[in-house]
Ligand binder design. Structure first.
Ligand code: FHN
Length: 488
């Protein structure tokens, strides 16, 4: 047995002892004695950021959606390729590791792309369901340190800090590699061997949890301040303290990183914002002991999620991990209007890229992020540090809002469909000293406040076909005119 195995096993033995003990001693559920004001202060940067980049990258990226020389599929998550082809971890690693060759400087390219696009934070996969860790782990041999003699988390964190970006760690609690992960506990969570007996006989999930907590402890201890922890994911039939010792995990992370912001995916219960399985089974309630924000996936809640922090995560095509077969790219216009729609509903947008096996970013993603950069350079102020629209829906576009000094309000009107009659109307009784201007040019434009509406005279052509922003300022808070639907 190699020195390293002895070290790994003694660590596990120690943590097991510690874990079992810890479990006994740790009161569950854990609650953080944080006042609402303290929580608002901790969440402020995240709420004001509005826009982040998600990165799914790992061994699956080299396989690129291909197995045995054939496309596994042309759509859907290719980060799940091991599960899609029902490969055991040995076979998967054998095929994938030779194709995972991070090129020098890959991380700086990501960081610059995110920065130029106007993102304020980046969340990247430190470990996905396949169990391969991108950091140099002392509790695992299925990690970048052992396999590549590199610490990819270190490289990415340094690159993000160099661009002044906030750092987020995505971490899968599901693990298709660890030989003590008891996949039979859940019929709802994916595993390549689901339904089959454990290849190594009896398993002890507590040993897997000691390993999981061990890796998380390394990530929370060795890379400086970490701003976000993005857990993924739990099922109704296997979640929380029972599945992951979730409260112990949250406690341990908060003790190492008190300012960190964490999502809700260690749980799958209504109190944590879930109404069942499926990416749209979400409910607008979140008890802070289960996390800080709710995570709609691949969709935008129709009326936002008033009263809770939320962040929509989305792919640019249909896969999170890179696939050479998936060409279903959304247009930059659709993606930018999604950000505006989400901000107008008070949420954050976490937009995904899936780099290739050497870390290169697909051209379609680069183009989309550059389009964001061009739009945000002019209109970023209409997204960052804004709050939700006071209007239910606007036929021509969306609205974001800002409270100004002296009690004045500024509304950012994001016009998607330029009114043919050159008149933009709002069901609003604008307060005094109302004035409007084009955000791009600061050119003033006439405002008329009527009995039931406010209207703005627009230039003939829309300066920006994706979304032209008009700033409307007035005294006081918005006085929205509630129009009763026709015939009522
Ligand atoms: O199974 C994962 C999936 O691969 C991807 O990581 C998404 C991102 O939010 N989360 C899970 C599906 O909900």
């Amino acid at each position: 047995m190699t020195a390293r195995n002895i070290l790994v096993n003694s660590c596990i033995a120690f943590m097991l002892a510690g874990g079992r003990l810890a479990e006994a001693q740790t009161p569950a559920p854990a609650t953080r004695d944080e006042t609402p004001a303290q929580r608002d202060a901790r969440m402020r940067w995240w709420r004001e950021a509005r826009f982040g980049m998600f990165v799914h990258w790992g061994l699956y990226s080299g396989l690129a959606g291909t197995w045995d020389g054939k496309p596994v599929a042309t759509s859907g998550g290719m980060e799940w390729i091991q599960q899609r082809v029902k490969a055991d971890t040995g076979t998967y690693a054998e095929r994938a590791i030779p194709l995972f060759k991070p090129k020098p400087g890959f991380a700086r390219e990501w960081a610059r792309l995110a920065k130029e696009a106007g993102c304020r934070y980046v969340v990247f996969t430190t470990k996905h369901h396949d169990g391969f860790a991108l950091h140099d782990s002392k509790v695992s041999e299925y990690d970048a340190g052992s396999v590549l003699q590199r610490d990819l988390v270190r490289e990415i964190v340094d690159a993000l800090h160099a661009e002044g970006l906030r750092v987020g760690f995505y971490h899968s609690v599901i693990d298709w590699h660890h030989d003590q992960y008891e996949y039979a506990h859940s019929k709802q969570l994916p595993h390549p061997l689901l339904g089959k007996p454990y290849p190594n006989g009896q398993r002890d999930h507590a040993r897997y949890l000691a390993y999981l907590h061990g890796e998380v402890n390394e990530l929370m201890s060795n890379y400086g301040p970490v701003d976000i922890l993005w857990w993924d994911y739990s099922a109704v039939d296997f979640q929380g303290q029972e599945a992951w010792r979730a409260f112990d995990l949250l406690n341990a992370v908060r003790s190492k990183q008190p300012a960190i912001v964490m999502n809700n995916r260690l749980f799958r219960i209504p109190e944590a914002g879930f109404s069942g399985m499926g990416t749209s089974a979400i409910s607008a309630q979140l008890d802070p002991k289960h996390g800080d924000f709710i995570t709609p996936e691949q969709h935008i809640p129709a009326t936002g999620m008033p009263g809770v922090d939320w962040e929509t995560c989305m792919t640019m095509n249909t896969t999170w991990g890179y696939s050479e077969h998936d060409k279903k790219w959304k247009s930059p216009e659709t993606l930018i209007r999604n950000l505006i729609d989400i901000a107008s509903k008070g949420g954050n947008y976490l937009l995904n890229i899936g780099p290739t096996g050497d870390g290169s970013v697909p051209q379609e993603s680069v183009q989309a992020m550059k389009a964001f950069g061009a739009w945000m350079k002019v209109n970023g102020g209409a997204i960052y540090a804004t709050t939700a629209s006071p209007f239910e829906n606007l036929a021509w576009g969306r609205c974001t809002r800002q409270r100004l000094a002296g009690g004045r309000t500024r509304l950012y009107l994001h016009v998607f469909d330029w009114p043919k009659d050159g008149k933009l109307t709002l069901p609003l009784l604008a307060g005094g000293h109302a004035r409007a201007r084009l955000m791009a040019t600061a050119q003033s434009i006439p405002v008329t406040t009527g009995k039931l509406e406010t209207s703005i005279a627009l230039p003939k052509e829309a300066p920006d076909r994706i979304a032209t922003v008009i700033e409307l300022e007035f005294d006081g808070a918005p006085n929205v005119v509630k129009l009763s639907p026709p015939g009522k």
